[in-house]
Every structure is written in structure tokens, then in C-alpha cells.
Design a protein around this ligand. Structure first.
Ligand code: GLN
Length: 230
């Protein structure tokens, strides 16, 4: 008889929205996925002895794909929220994050969430930035498929501010050389990223155990240093 392929070596199908540097992005030269989340998941795959099969999706397509079972998990800078936890399971938190406000360099009137009342704000669709901006009194919120498109809208002067994850906006300004934009509030919310899985997936435990191992053996720290040192 032909031996069955072991379940344990089946690829893990992992969804991600790959325009969120430095967490997930395509390498300029090779076109391959790279970034903090990507390397962390590859390391988890090594721990679990499962190859990773990456599935690129829009951010607002990740949760439906988890619910339909077309992916096993998603890693995409996704904040653990009580609302999402009603329909999904999350791994233990793996990254401390928070929102930031970005404005044009010449803008001196917006410094905090209070100053955003009644303003035009660009966000990435389906994100905590989108729900936070919408909850502020009188705002007109425009939703885009990526954080980069939201920042472009700000550069074009079509909105007054962008509300987006701080590390990603800072990376766009400091590392990717986005000019004419400044960050005025860093980490104005406290959020934690988690790996998202279908509700009660048996993989939650495996992934949590792998994360614990990577935190203990220094591999998490090495990946963190690579993407966030200095
Ligand atoms: N952390 C934010 C959220 O979970 C944004 C994630 C993203 O745009 N990839 O909504």
C-alpha cells in the first residue's frame, strides 16, 4: 500500500495582505514576501515542521477566508479585538502596536485625536484605524485598500490626516522615504497583534507553543532586531 502523506507535513496555508511594511511586503528585487510577520511565521513553520504556503489577500478578505477555511491562519499585523475574537481565535499576542496620526508636514493644527473632529481622514479598509477614525465626531472617512494609498491621498491634499498603525506609518516616512508627511501621535492606542485562526482551530495550541519556543530560544528576538533595531 502507498503510505498516506502525514497530516503533520502538510503545508500551512497562511493569508496575508502584503503591502504593510515592515510586517509584510514584497521584496523589490525577488518579488518574494518578506518582513517581520513573514519571518516569524516561517520560523513557526520550522518549529511545526510544516512548510508555509502564502496566500495574498486584501485585508478585508482575510477574515472571510478564515471563516470559509480556505486558509489555516492569517498573519497580517492584525490587532486582537473583542469584536474579531467573537468569530475568530487568536494566538497569544506577538507584537505591541498602536495607531498614529499622520498629517502633511505644514499642518500644525492636528496633534491628537481631539483635533480630528470634523476632519477628512484616510484609512485602510477593515482596520482598527478605520473604526477608530469613524468613531470620532463628524469625521469624513475615506477607505483605501492599502495604507500606502491612504498616505498618497494625504500627500495629494485630499484628506487632512491618515490614521494607521504607527510602526507602518513611521516605516513609510523614515525608511521608505515618503516626503511631505509627518507623524504627530505615536501609539495613541494600545493594541496587540495576534495570528488569527478559524474559531477553535486545533492549530491555536501548536502555534502558541511554537511562539513560546521562539521567545525562549532567541529566534523571536533576532527577527525583531532585524526589522526594528535602531
Ligand atoms: N492593526 C490593524 C488592524 O488590525 C491594521 C492591520 C493592517 O492593515 N494590516 O486592523
Amino acid at each position: 500500500a502507498i503510505p498516506a502523506i502525514s497530516q503533520d507535513s502538510k503545508p500551512l496555508r497562511i493569508g496575508t495582505e502584503p503591502t504593510f511594511p515592515p510586517f509584510e511586503m514584497q521584496d523589490k528585487n525577488t518579488g518574494k514576501l518578506t518582513g517581520f510577520d513573514i519571518e516569524l511565521l516561517e520560523a513557526i513553520g520550522e518549529e511545526l515542521k510544516r512548510p508555509i504556503e502564502w496566500v495574498s489577500l486584501p485585508f478585508d478578505g482575510l477574515i472571510p477566508a478564515l471563516q470559509s477555511g480556505s486558509i489555516d491562519a492569517a498573519v497580517s499585523g492584525m490587532t486582537i479585538t473583542p469584536e474579531r475574537a467573537q468569530t475568530l481565535s487568536f494566538s497569544r499576542p506577538y507584537f505591541k502596536a498602536g495607531l498614529a496620526i499622520a498629517v502633511q508636514e505644514s499642518n500644525d493644527s492636528i496633534k491628537s485625536f481631539d483635533d480630528l473632529k470634523g476632519k477628512r481622514i484616510a484609512v485602510q479598509i477593515g482596520t482598527t484605524g478605520a473604526s477608530t477614525a469613524t468613531a470620532i465626531e463628524g469625521t469624513k472617512v475615506s477607505q483605501f485598500d492599502s495604507a500606502a494609498l491612504a498616505l498618497q491621498e494625504l500627500l495629494n491634499g485630499k484628506v487632512d490626516a491618515v490614521v494607521n498603525d504607527a510602526a507602518v506609518t513611521l516605516y513609510a516616512v523614515k525608511e521608505a522615504g515618503l516626503k511631505g508627511v509627518k507623524v504627530v501621535g505615536e501609539q495613541i492606542t494600545e493594541e496587540y497583534y495576534g495570528i488569527a485562526l478559524p474559531k477553535n482551530s486545533p492549530l491555536v495550541n501548536d502555534i502558541n507553543n511554537a511562539l513560546s519556543t521562539l521567545l525562549e530560544n532567541g529566534k523571536y528576538e533576532a527577527i525583531f532586531q532585524k526589522w526594528f533595531a535602531g
